[in-house]
Design a protein around this ligand. Structure first.
Ligand SMILES: C[S@@+](CC[C@H](N)C(=O)[O-])C[C@H]1O[C@@H](n2cnc3c(N)ncnc32)[C@H](O)[C@@H]1O
Length: 383
């Protein structure tokens, strides 16, 4: 079956002339996997970090069946689904999306990886592959040479006895790993990462983070400033942590306000798992509900009284204010009249006029040379 890769789209992620849904690293990996021979038996191939579906659709087009796929970003998972429906609808039943875990990798003999930037993220994937894959599992991991370093071979060598690199092609290379080390020779489990921080509560806040989570298990400095100055109404019964990351804000609020329930949303599957692990570690899991969502898409208009947000201002390597403004706008949408958005931001970004426009009257709660914390009150129902 032929697949025209030029037809792949990044949607619903940002699309632009200079942004591609597929690159030479995807093509090299698919060619090398075909050369080595795809597993004939269905259900033996898993694909990790396939940004927009190039690897998944390539494997589907090659006739591979029962493919399991994991992509951390919700937009990426949606792009894979949309591309499959549009370009290979008759094959769509041959792949399914799963969280990073046992069901994704059990009995897999071939695991394809689009190499992540972070070594921790790679190590987390390999640890799951080593634990749950078939004993004869082979990993083929592809990337752009400029983004690859010897640290990647070293991480692979912690889990596999054989690690080889392909020749470069179009500035891309594939690392192939096989002969998985027995469990006792593998590093002890590192994930979720653990941290313990003092944030003015009776006891330290325990943080947990899986590898793809923003900032890992660290306390973000903007978040620290937010927590120091967050003053929620005592009558509050429900709050939203938008872009929950490792769950610091949701868990802090749950510990500080024993009657509060928190809806915590993030587009990253890893962040959702981290928030869940952080809430469990602090004994508040029954009041923190982590949800993978694009902003607050699963919440109705004018339904909430409190949203707390530390928005992202970096997307990969590019400064991307668009995402922060999108989150602020969605907070404005879900807030009921009189509801409040507590938002911390880097002072130089000057979000105040946008907060006024997208939510309502905005007052400064605190400011230091780096950060500003504001509270914006939803004024009127939209006409
Ligand atoms: C600056 S981090 C804050 C994380 C966490 N609240 C903290 O305080 O450490 C911003 C978070 O927004 C999340 N995010 C980015 N785009 C999003 C979207 N469209 N919907 C939901 N969350 C998003 C990121 O994954 C990241 O976890």
């Amino acid at each position: 079956m032929n697949l025209d890769f030029a037809q792949l789209r990044r949607w619903p992620d940002v699309e632009a002339e200079n942004l591609q849904a597929v690159d030479a690293a995807d093509r090299l990996l698919l060619d090398l996997a075909a050369e080595a021979g795809w597993p004939a038996e269905p259900g033996r191939v898993a694909i990790l970090n396939d940004r927009y579906g190039a690897l998944t659709l390539g494997a589907l087009a090659a006739g591979v069946r029962g493919i399991r796929v994991h992509q951390d970003a919700l937009s990426g998972a949606q792009a894979i689904a949309a591309n499959t429906q549009r370009l290979l609808p008759e094959r769509a039943g041959e792949y399914r999306a799963l969280p990073l875990g046992a069901a994704l990798l059990e009995n897999a003999t071939l695991v394809l990886i689009q190499l992540p930037r972070s070594l921790d993220a790679l190590e987390e994937m390999l640890a799951f592959v080593a634990e749950h894959g078939a004993p004869e599992v082979t990993v083929m991991a592809t990337g752009r040479i400029k983004h690859m370093g010897l640290g990647m071979n070293e991480v692979m060598g912690r889990y596999f006895g054989s690690v080889t690199a392909s020749l470069g092609r179009q500035k891309s290379r594939v690392l192939t790993a096989s002969s998985v080390h027995p469990a006792e020779q593998r590093p002890s489990a590192r994930f979720p990462l653990h941290n313990s921080v003092q944030v003015g509560l009776d006891k330290p806040l325990e943080l947990r983070a899986f590898a793809e989570t923003f900032g890992g298990a660290k306390l973000d400095p903007g978040t620290r400033f937010l927590l120091e100055n967050l003053d929620l109404p005592g009558s509050a019964r429900r709050a939203v942590d938008l872009g929950c990351g490792n769950g610091t804000i949701a868990t802090f609020m749950a510990l500080k306000h024993p009657a509060l329930s928190i809806h915590a949303s993030d587009q990253s599957a890893s962040a959702v798992a981290s928030t869940s692990a952080t809430a469990i570690a602090n004994g508040v899991a029954e009041r923190v509900t982590p949800v993978q969502d694009d902003a607050l898409a699963s919440l109705p208009d004018a339904s909430e009284q409190l949203v707390v947000l530390n928005p992202p201002f970096h997307m990969g390597n590019t400064v991307h204010a668009g995402i922060a403004l999108k989150l602020i706008a969605d907070a404005g949408r879900v807030l009921a009249p009189g509801g409040e958005l507590w938002c911390v931001w880097n002072s130089h970004l000057g979000y105040r006029s946008q907060l006024e426009k997208l939510v309502g009257p905005t007052r400064q709660v605190a400011r230091n040379p780096k950060f500003t914390l504001t509270v914006s009150t939803r004024a009127q129902p939209r006409g």
